[in-house]
Design a binder for this molecule. Structure first.
Ligand SMILES: Cc1cc2nc3c(=O)[nH]c(=O)nc-3n(C[C@H](O)[C@H](O)[C@H](O)COP(=O)(O)OP(=O)(O)OC[C@H]3O[C@@H](n4cnc5c(N)ncnc54)[C@H](O)[C@@H]3O)c2cc1C
Length: 428
């Protein structure tokens, strides 16, 4: 392997592999360095890739990529200990190519994407950890990995949520517990036909199901279940700063979640084949670091590019789009022969024009809105008690619908409900 490249990309997650692919296609000499033994070996996601940004770069990618299922069904549930109120949505339009989303397993998906970068001409150096950035006269000029020193005009940091390298050069501060959540996930194997039958799916159709309430013991966070071809991805995410007041550890919460009457029959007979844990950047644009400096740019989770609105979690499509923008900025910098911060600021302009910063700004208030214990305690309980009242017939004189609604609202009060509702409409 040469020790001088046009570009060094640190990390072969979806962001790093995309950057490698776009740069290599443009004819630049690029190496993608991954500390895992193969791309995807250290990566984790809940499981749903919104395909639009990758579709733009590799048209019709899903025909070739190892995606699991195309999501055409959405469910969102509010849970109490033994109850659930669920919104269930099906629309064929969710499967249209321009807005399709897919369940993925990163161990296979990232290998495929990194393989595309290699096919385009990028060098993939797996099993190598970058220890440090090389800095000369305030400019990043390469990386150090063990005894090896590699030099480049630009380093792209695609090293994920806990980017220590960005901290080394002052692009980012240490993470605060309220800026990140911790996620745990089990992949549970079940026969393809059993999944189709249990979730009422046909062909390659898939389901995304998010949960709020008792699954996290009322702590800020939620649960998720995604159907893969012949497995389910089931997990929980909790904000780190809130975990201190949790009664149980996250793995214990996951065990309880698996015993919930809504979940237990769905995973029955399944075999645990993978267990993982990871941090998620959760503060959106409020935690956005300085995105570039002389000789260096940051993409994907390293830059905190994740949107969580409660009914939707998006990180991978932002990782792909930000990596494409960074690669384009580097290609322009190469044409000018200028890799200064000033020249690389094109990256920020490209992000401003794309959905990445526009969506992050749109959902700026989502983290603050969700930092509300009522969403994870009172509202699920209210929804379940109202539905219980509606459907319960016990021989005692019934009440009008209005009386039942009023009875349920009493728990938080109408004014609080309206205030939270308004806040929610504005934030998500
Ligand atoms: C529980 C959970 C659920 C989620 N659900 C979803 C979802 O359903 N949909 C969605 O779109 N997003 C979801 N996300 C977010 C999504 O997974 C991330 O936004 C996405 O993985 C970011 O990709 P990335 O390439 O930027 O970072 P990563 O995938 O984290 O990749 C970083 C890579 O850098 C490597 N690396 C790190 N340091 C070094 C080093 N020093 N040297 C060499 N290599 C290094 C790592 O090994 C890794 O391969 C979820 C995240 C979690 C944790």
């Amino acid at each position: 392997m040469s020790d001088r490249f046009d570009v060094i990309v640190v990390g072969a997650g979806v962001a790093g592999a995309t950057a490698g692919y776009v740069l290599a296609q443009a004819g630049l000499e690029v190496v993608v360095i991954e500390r895992g033994n193969y791309a995807g070996s250290k990566n984790m996601t809940g499981g749903r890739l919104y395909g639009h940004s990758l579709e733009k770069i590799i048209p019709n990618f899903a025909a070739e990529a190892p995606v699991e299922r195309k999501v055409t069904k959405e469910k969102v549930s509010f849970l109490t200990g033994d109850g659930a109120v669920t919104l269930d949505f099906y629309a064929g339009a969710l499967g249209d190519p321009q807005n399709a989303s897919y369940t993925v397993l990163r161990g296979v998906f990232d290998q495929w994407l990194a393989g595309k970068a290699e096919e385009a001409g990028a060098v993939l150096a797996a099993g190598v950890r970058v220890d440090e950035l090389l800095v000369q006269d305030g400019k990043v000029v390469g990386v150090k990995a063990g005894e090896d020193v590699l030099e480049a005009d630009v380093v792209i940091l695609a090293d994920g949520v806990n980017s220590l390298l960005a901290q080394q050069v002052g692009l980012r501060q240490e993470l605060h517990p309220h800026q990140v959540a911790v996620g745990v996930k089990e992949v549970i194997e079940l026969p393809e036909q059993v999944i189709a039958d249990r979730f009422n799916l046909s062909g390659d159709e898939g389901l995304s199901w998010l949960f709020a309430g008792a699954c996290t013991g009322g702590i800020m966070g939620g649960g998720f279940l995604y159907t893969n071809k012949s497995s389910l991805s089931l997990g929980l995410v909790c904000t780190l700063s809130d975990m201190g007041r949790a009664q149980k550890t996250l793995p214990e919460m996951l065990e309880d979640f698996k015993q919930h009457p809504v979940i237990r029959p769905l995973i029955k007979g399944g075999k645990l084949i993978e267990y993982s844990g990871h941090l998620v950047p959760e503060a959106g644009i409020n935690m956005m670091p300085k995105l570039f400096s002389d000789g260096v740019v940051m993409v994907g989770d390293a830059a905190g590019f994740v949107i969580n609105t409660g009914y939707m979690v998006r990180g991978m499509d932002l990782a792909v789009a930000s990596a494409e923008a960074a690669a384009k900025a580097v290609i322009q910098a190469k044409e000018k022969g200028d890799f200064s911060a000033q020249s690389l600021s094109v990256y920020q302009q490209l992000l401003e024009q794309s959905f990445v910063l526009q969506d992050l700004r749109l959902y700026k208030k989502a983290p603050e809105f969700m930092n509300n214990p009522r969403i994870f305690n009172d509202y699920p309980a209210m929804a379940v008690s109202l539905m219980t009242d509606l459907f319960k017939v016990d021989g005692s004189p019934n009440k009008s619908l209005l009386a039942k609604v009023n009875q349920s609202i009493k728990r938080v009060g109408l004014a609080t409900l309206l205030k939270d509702g308004l806040k929610g409409v504005r934030a998500i």
